[in-house]
Design a protein around this ligand. Structure first.
Ligand code: TYD
Length: 145
């Protein structure tokens, strides 16, 4: 699966901690967009989509969140609860975000501007696309098995 947990270098001194995110240094892509998710209610599930062409680095700069990731071979759960840990996600990975702590601030860096056309929001369509089967033909094929 095109995901990787990364440990971010911390710069500590007597006054606290600092982490720098730098393009091509510890962020392995061109940073075109930064967004952050916060004030998410605990019972809310976000995400539920995949991107065709988007690399992202997610960091829970505060609090915690669980992220389910699936490239078609089955789901993997990752908990982000440490501002020094990042999660790199590549193309064609289905993700769902849940179990947000009340204080969670999830910051995400991305290599493209926001583009609704890059989203796949239907899981069956995602499975078909990731397996190289045109949708809805893939859905029809699955149903006839
Ligand atoms: P969405 O990607 O659906 O968030 P999530 O998957 O976490 O639920 O985005 C929520 C809203 O924010 C939607 O109206 C689109 C908007 N949005 C932007 O305008 N720019 C962005 O970079 C992102 C990620 C979302």
């Amino acid at each position: 699966m095109d995901i990787e947990r990364v440990q971010l270098q911390m710069h500590g001194d007597h006054g606290g901690m600092l982490i720098a995110l730098e393009q091509d240094i510890n962020v392995p892509f061109v940073i075109r967009r930064v967004y952050y998710i916060f004030a998410t209610e605990h019972d809310v599930h976000r995400g539920k989509h995949a991107h065709r062409h988007l690399r992202q680095l997610a960091v829970a700069v505060r609090g915690s969140v669980t992220i389910l990731l699936d490239d078609g071979s089955g789901p993997v759960e990752v908990v982000l609860n440490d501002p020094s840990q990042g999660l790199l996600m590549g193309d064609m990975v289905w993700r769902e975000l849940y179990d947000f702590s009340e204080d969670c601030v999830l910051m995400v860096l991305a290599d493209h501007l926001y583009d609704p056309a890059d989203y796949i929001t239907d899981y069956d369509a995602f499975l078909s696309e990731v397996k190289g089967i045109p949708y809805p033909a893939g859905l029809v094929a699955c149903q006839s098995v």
